[in-house]
Write a protein of this length. Structure first.
Length: 133
C-alpha cells in the first residue's frame, strides 16, 4: 500500500510510477468529497493517471459516504487547544486535530453533528463557543 497527497494528481502519478511492476494492478482508493474541508477529489484526473499507466478507470474506488464534519480554524493551535479543553470541561466533546490532510499548520477543531444530538445539546455547543470566543 502506498499513499499520495490530498487531492494531488501528480503525487498519485509518482506513487503509481514507483509501484507498478510486473503483474501488479493498483487500486486507487479515495473519498469523493472530503466533508471536513469541503474539498472534492479530482476524480477525472485520477482516471486519466490510471489510463496513462494502462489501467482501467475501474481500478478507482470512491467512497461517497461522508460524515458531516465541520472544521474550525480559530487562531493559533494553542488557542484551539484552550477552546477544546474548556468545552470538554463543560461536557462538550470537540476534537482538536493538530495535523489533518488539507489543514493549515495550526490544525483545527473538528465538530460532527448527528441526528441523535438534541436542540439543547446544539444550543450548549453554540453557547460554549460564544462564551469562549
Amino acid at each position: 500500500m502506498r499513499t499520495f497527497g490530498h487531492c494531488d494528481i501528480d503525487a498519485l502519478r509518482a506513487a503509481l510510477a514507483g509501484s507498478t511492476t510486473g503483474r501488479s494492478r493498483p487500486a486507487v482508493l479515495t473519498d469523493g468529497v472530503f466533508s471536513a474541508l469541503g474539498h472534492i477529489a479530482p476524480l477525472a484526473g485520477y482516471r486519466e493517471v490510471l489510463r496513462g499507466f494502462g489501467f482501467s478507470a475501474s481500478m478507482l474506488v470512491v467512497d461517497d459516504t461522508p460524515v458531516p464534519i465541520v472544521c474550525l480554524e480559530i487562531g493559533s493551535g494553542e488557542n484551539m487547544c484552550r477552546v477544546q479543553e474548556e468545552l470538554m470541561r463543560r461536557g462538550i466533546a470537540v476534537a482538536y486535530m493538530s495535523a489533518y490532510s488539507g489543514l493549515g499548520p495550526e490544525g483545527a477543531l473538528r465538530l460532527a453533528v448527528f441526528a441523535t444530538h438534541t436542540e439543547a445539546m446544539i444550543g450548549q455547543l453554540l453557547d460554549g463557543f460564544a462564551r469562549l470566543l
